[in-house]
Ligand binder design. Sequence first.
Ligand SMILES: [Zn+2]
Length: 502
Amino acid sequence: MQSQSKKLFSLRKLIFMLVLVLSFGTTKIKAQLQCGMTTADQLYLQPDDRPMIGPRSAKTYIPIQFHLFADDDGTGALDVGTVLNELKAINEIYDTVGFYFYLANGGDIPTISNTALTGGPSGYDEIIDAIRNDIALNVFISKDLFVSSGRQVAGYYTSAKDFVAMDASYINDGETLAHELGHFFSLPHTFFGWEDEPYDLAKHGNPVTITQAPSYGVPVELVNKTNCTKAGDKICDTPPDYNFGAARSGCTYNTVIKDPNGEVIPIMENNYMSYFANCSDFQFTEGQHNAMRNNFALPSRNYLRYDYVPLMDTISELVTLLSPTTNQKIETYNYVTLEWLPVTNATRYYIEITDGRELTKAIASGTSYTFTTLKANKSYIVKIRPYSEGFTDTKNRITTFRTGNLMTATTEITGANRYLKVVPNPVQNGNNIKIEVDAGGNGDHLVEVFNMMGQLLSSKSVNLDYGKNTILLNDIKTQAGVHFVRIRGNKHDLTQKFIIAD
Ligand SMILES: [Zn+2]
């Protein structure tokens, strides 16, 4: 299923697909948007017939797959550093639930360059089906987010497609994502039934005079808990909420409101599933904890349950760069390799390079990464941040270097019969990769294989003879999908796309 996604990508940047250019450091300020969870979807989530499971014991580890949507030219995607911070934030929030989210795919966070998706996944089921990770909780992040009705929202969960979508501006302190993940794990709003018509003194009275909430015939929840299994979110330790938080930007509600029995409602502003915002002490109740754990125990969640404990060891060091050194001038600009010492417990490194105008981003799985899109005679700031699938509370190393104006010489293979190809193509995963090169000269060359993320999977020195050469590569451990082979040396610098099939 991962391989199907590849056709969606623009291939023109070849191996450096994930190297994206983005205007640097812009954070959009948006009006407070609400959740796009539909009432119908919440009916679907109503916690009838929940299996009862015991209290939490050990931590539950849940793979989460973030997908970042960018414009066709690769700009506009949320930066990975913000995602790493968000993961830390939601893990702190979900600690009381007993859930721990870890990055799927070893920590790779793909960017999908497709302008159609920058308004969110709604209406693009086919694309989403192709790129989703079927063994992880999928979170799609776009720069704006619209539901099918056209309404702009901060985030939503869809039960039909079973994923969470988020507006990138609401990825910050975990607050909105925690709410949407609550929906994912079956929690309705605490004010279920009042989404479309929040409490209004003139209309509903005080004490409230209606006994059915405005939507879906849900009973108006009573303070005395006599109808708490049928009203609102059907979770009894969340007090009645008639959507008191609607259109409020703060965390307080000063009016005393009485339920239809005349009892004062102990309004719980700081519930994650309310519409109050910016509470310093947001929480889920114990009843909500149980509902989420029960949801996780359902057969429909089998695809998220594994006997796997992620790598979670603390990463405390900063990256130490070997090259470039601080303020070093690199003579060339079109082939700049960053190298660093391995950081204890880190398995991924997120890199940003900017000249102040354009931002280039990449995720490396090893301890070096080569950039080919930098400009001549520029001062660059580099940020590089280690992390692992289960530990993202890490910091950037920030350093600087300069580029010169020399180009690394690249000589294309020319002539009618010259070629570089992989045969057969596609090649079966696990088989040797057979490369045929018709070389225009002889000498030492480096043969490298990269995946779509630009990660180096294999590197081998070969001596090419003039004319036809055959190179066999084995032991390349990878997933099915688009790959690139690059052969470079003093005579050639050639890159060719090929497919590894399941
Ligand atoms: Zn919601």
